[in-house]
Write a protein that binds this ligand. Structure first.
Ligand code: 5CA
Ligand code: ZN
Length: 409
């Protein structure tokens, strides 16, 4: 699948920083990328509806990760998937009486437009679940041949008990895992499973649903977790730097993925850091496609909202916080954007070298974007109050917020 066009990332004077970031598995800040090439896998959308602010906030967090690495002279190998076949997509297509392939293509196209408008850096490999099937089948066969998977009425399940490290990513107790499994795509109550938490690796073909030839697995379609494992191992290999997603992916998705990979390779963990963004809510509840309490990026754009203001609204919240989208959040971002633009449009201003260092320090410390915005606000206030004579300063500020925050002034 093709991704979206990259916006340029200006080079900045001075020295970048090593990124320290919160790892869910250890509960500590870690510095995941010691080498010249940083590797990151970010879980992509299930394309049955348009990109909402919650999605955008999560992708914003992982865009910042890359910007810190790029500023620190790392190359970044970034992989993202599209879950372009799964129950929610098929159910929505069925409900709306549309072709599921057309629905997935249309929503993926809209996602690309939204990501481009928000200046999110594109992945180097953007891979759909359907196109990954030839790589998924041999992994499921291997798990089965190793005794880590079993069949139930033609479906193939992964046995969580085959992995001694199971549970180490999310650190949750069994009751919470069971509850979350039921809520997030699992089927803990299905009779005949060895362990209620066991996730499906391969679902045998169902009447009226799409299916693919899975060789010795029979016709069917892939489970959700093995999709991301196959794509990540194929394009990044084991022990990559960051696997990212919203906090609702820690369990079961990232836990199960780490578990599949551990059994397949004998190594743990698949990612050096499991990084999770907080949930964005609307009217007091998590924004979710299933509940329908959504603010779409594309709708805001159609309403004439500047995508740069949307990006600033996302940046005003720490990525790990749960927060609520309101009209005021957007109004504040629009006001901040207007002030920043006025400040950098002047021919000179107060020196900006300290500002660049402050933004770097803020982002390197677990992506503290609100602190980065506060630093730019302080330079803007100085510009408004007394101005300055440094003719290079407005350009330095523009390039810094572009390179480090993805904000085009
Ligand atoms: N296709 C899978 C990942 S492999 C999936 O979870 N797709 S998704 O479309 O449901 O979500 C895409 C990303 O947006 C995930 O990282 C998810 O955690 C994140 N996300 C979904 N809702 C919210 C929300 N309300 N706030 C923040 N992030 C969210
Ligand atoms: Zn995923």
């Amino acid at each position: 699948m093709h991704a979206w066009p990259a916006s340029e990332v200006p080079a900045l004077p001075g020295q970048g920083r090593d990124l320290r970031i919160h790892d869910t598995a250890t509960g500590t800040l870690v510095t995941p990328d010691p080498g010249p090439v940083a590797r990151i896998y970010v879980c992509g959308i299930t394309p049955y509806d348009a990109t909402h602010i919650g999605h955008a906030a999560t992708y914003n967090a992982f865009d910042l990760v890359q910007r810190v690495w790029l500023d620190n002279k790392r190359q970044v190998h970034y992989v993202q998937n599209v879950t372009d076949v799964d129950d929610p997509l098929l159910q929505r297509a069925d409900r709306d009486n549309v072709d599921w392939v057309a629905l997935a293509e249309q929503e993926t196209a809209l996602f690309r437009e939204d990501m481009t408008a928000l200046r999110m850096l594109p992945p180097r490999h953007y891979i759909g679940a359907v196109e990954a099937i030839p790589g998924i089948v041999p992994l499921v066969e291997r798990l089965r041949d190793m005794g880590a998977a079993y069949e139930l009425d033609g479906d193939i399940y992964f046995s969580v008990e085959s992995d001694a490290d199971f549970g180490k990513v999310s650190g949750l107790d069994a009751a919470t895992m069971r509850h979350l499994s039921a809520e997030r795509g699992g089927d803990p109550d299905r009779p005949g499973k060895k362990n209620p938490l066991d996730p499906m690796l391969w679902m045998a073909a169902r009447e009226g649903e799409p299916s693919w030839d899975g060789g010795s697995l029979g016709h069917g379609r892939p489970g959700w977790h093995i999709e991301c494992v196959a794509i990540a191992l194929d394009h990044l290999g084991m022990g990559f730097d960051v696997q990212g997603g919203g906090s609702d992916l820690a369990f079961p998705h990232h836990e199960m993925g780490a578990s599949h990979a551990q059994v397949l390779t004998g190594e743990f963990p698949m990612a050096k850091a499991y990084v999770h963004a907080g949930m964005v809510a609307l009217h007091g509840e998590k924004m979710s496609k299933s509940k329908g309490n959504l603010v779409f990026v594309s709708q805001l754009r159609r309403d004439g909202v500047d995508p740069v203001a949307i990006r600033l609204a996302l940046l005003a919240h720490h990525y790990r916080a749960d927060w609520e989208w309101t009209d005021d959040v957007l109004r504040d971002a629009e006001a901040r954007l207007a002030r920043w633009r006025a400040a950098v449009s002047r021919p000179d201003g107060p020196p900006a070298e300290t500002l660049v260092e402050e933004v770097r320090d803020a982002l390197a410390a677990d992506l503290d974007a609100p602190a980065a915005l506060a630093a730019v606000d302080r330079w803007t206030a100085r510009q408004e109050e007394q101005g300055g004579t440094d003719t290079g300063a407005p350009g330095v500020v523009s390039r810094a917020v572009d390179a480090l925050l993805g904000v085009a002034l």
